[in-house]
Design a binder for this molecule. Sequence first.
Ligand SMILES: Nc1ncnc2c1ncn2[C@@H]1O[C@H](COP(=O)(O)OP(=O)(O)OP(=O)(O)O)[C@@H](O)[C@H]1O
Length: 261
Amino acid sequence: MSLLVVEGLGIKFGGLHAVKDVGFTLKSGEIVSIIGPNGAGKTTLFNMISGIYLPLAGRVMLNGEDVTGMSPNRLAERGLSRTFQNLQIFQSMTVLENVMAGFHLQARGPVLSDMLGLPGSRRRSREAEAGARLLLERVGLERAAEREAGALSYGALKRLEIARALALRPKVLLLDEPAAGCNAVETEEIDHLIAAVAAEGVSILLVEHDMKMVMRISNHIVVLDYGEKIAEGDPATVSRDKRVIAAYLGAQATEAANADG
Ligand SMILES: Nc1ncnc2c1ncn2[C@@H]1O[C@H](COP(=O)(O)OP(=O)(O)OP(=O)(O)O)[C@@H](O)[C@H]1O
């Protein structure tokens, strides 16, 4: 069964369709990427799926439940979490504290006992710390646990953001440009991390401009242009599609040629 089903999603800004009638499905452990030129509607689509924008049309089904328009917190409780294109890391907190913040979000509830420092809250904190350290190990940042997050390299910050999203124990993880601003080595590390997370059964929805990465790790690709889905399929099928080449891969080739010249 598909974990996430997106049907006919649409939204308008100032009378113009930013996204129109877009649908696709995501199965357990699958990596689906959304690609398309700048302004194609990728982030807007993400924002509708993750409860930031209310769609004008269509619906989002998570694990068989209609979650359209549900708040990001309620979606996180149901197993959907995300990262952002612009990092949402607390720069002056330590790396460990940033991931622990993710655990506290997940274990919301007994706030009063936490404030009073009651025994249950100390146990929860210890569990959050142990869990956070395990996640840091998973993303290769265990030795940076006590460092201030602001001192990390860009690639490490991107991995920290993934660790924090994983603290919410998602079944579906939305990654908005996880390799943006990263060098080739950092991109490869993120690439391996995403594949490893998916191999453990977490479904990944990815928006990414790095086509090499997208082609390498995606099971399925959805291509947007001017807010509409113009193609979808496995990487080989999509990279041969004439509309995709014209709309996106062609544009990238032109950009690359201009940069070379
Ligand atoms: N909050 C907003 N208000 C008005 N227009 C918006 C808003 N957000 C996005 N748009 C417009 O909607 C369209 C889709 O934008 P979106 O950011 O989703 O594209 P994108 O594919 O994510 O682009 P990029 O690759 O540059 O991040 C664009 O024309 C954009 O200008």
